[in-house]
Design a protein around this ligand. Sequence first.
Ligand code: MG
Length: 457
Amino acid sequence: MSRRLFGTDGVRGILNESIDPVMAMKLSMSVCTVIGEGSNILLGRDVRLGGEILELAVTAGLLNSGCRPYIAGLTPTPALQLYISRSGGFDAGLMITASHNPPEYNGIKLIMSDGIEAPREVEEEVEEVFFDEKYKKVSWNKASTSTRIVSGVNEFYVNEVVRLVDAEKIRRKGLKVVIDAANSVGSLTLPEIVRRLGGKPIIINGNLDPFMSGREPEPTVDSLKEASSVVRELRADVGVGVDGDADRAVVIDEKGTVQWGDRTAVVITPFLREKHPELPPRVYTGISSSSFIESLLKKHEISTVWLKVGSPIIARALKNEGGLLGFEENGGIMYPVHQPVRDSGAALALMMELLAMTNKNASELYSIYPRTFMVKTKVPRGNIDLSELYMELEQRFEHGQYIRVDGLKIVMDDTWVLIRPSGTEPVIRIMVESLSKEKAEEILKTVKSIIEKVSKN
Ligand code: MG
């Protein structure tokens, strides 16, 4: 049996297939054992079916190992994270969510007392306790049933987000904002943020629906099609689509174009450089973000730090080394002045502030990004020798700049390509982005032929 529970961002599975209350209880007992008996642990969840069952199981496990569960109920992950880091009263948090995964999935994320997702070392400790069944169990005379409800987490979060921006200035603008809340917890905070900033929220998929029947919870061009047309037809200033636990936010400009997180970062960061001259002019992002951002940010004397894929890695680097922003192309925007984790509310407030400050349309702001062509595909991992593959690729693309933090990224003048083994599937992922469609296709063909050659060796 594999001794791994946590994927790139928590434990995930389908209820009673790959995750169940028995496992959730053992997991929470393991968490309590690692974090320490007597610890205060804040629990939150998104709207998914099974969330209440898992919450009860996790609560029982925490009590059984001698921790004190505090229940925040339905809340976005960033609201739970902010409450944990700001209140100072919690040793950890558990968020019951499967984030952007389809509605049949559920899961559990472990959050540390600083509000950031647990680093891999802590997850490994929890896994060891879990698989060796070394979790603590309290004796009968110490068994407590004391759980506390924590109310006001979402309200606290909204207040803190509104405080980040020049609310007066934004109010004068009276922005019309479309919010696609994925039928989940984003609807508990984002419309209120827009209202508090004097805007008019237009909400779609805003009812809390455990089946998440409005759209797939992952914000993509496809799943945000409806939101895009609502933005266009109702002449909104901007739109935002979130995932199931409302940490990721993908922006839609007033023309209805879905703008990825790395593009949003390019638009927001120069503005943050002016807003925060005290912060180091740096951004942090995963290797799968577009390489074009680097030269665009360099024009504003902002440097880019490339990291392994995975939001906790970006969040910790941002917190420890300091910078203006962390981000992922999938819509994770981390504003360290607020908290160094993905935060849809902060992303939305900053976008509204930018629109109010510049008096430009959203599409004008995004027009600094060149028109590019992107190809994404995957090939079976097989038993390919990765170092041999990377060597062959470097020989073939000898005029490129190589970045080797996670797979191999080759950056050329008008094109970049990323070849990276997946962490979750037995495949090698290939991403190519180019100013020329022909070149993107040609490079993809070359990369595939080299992979084929190496797999035969
Ligand atoms: Mg998420």
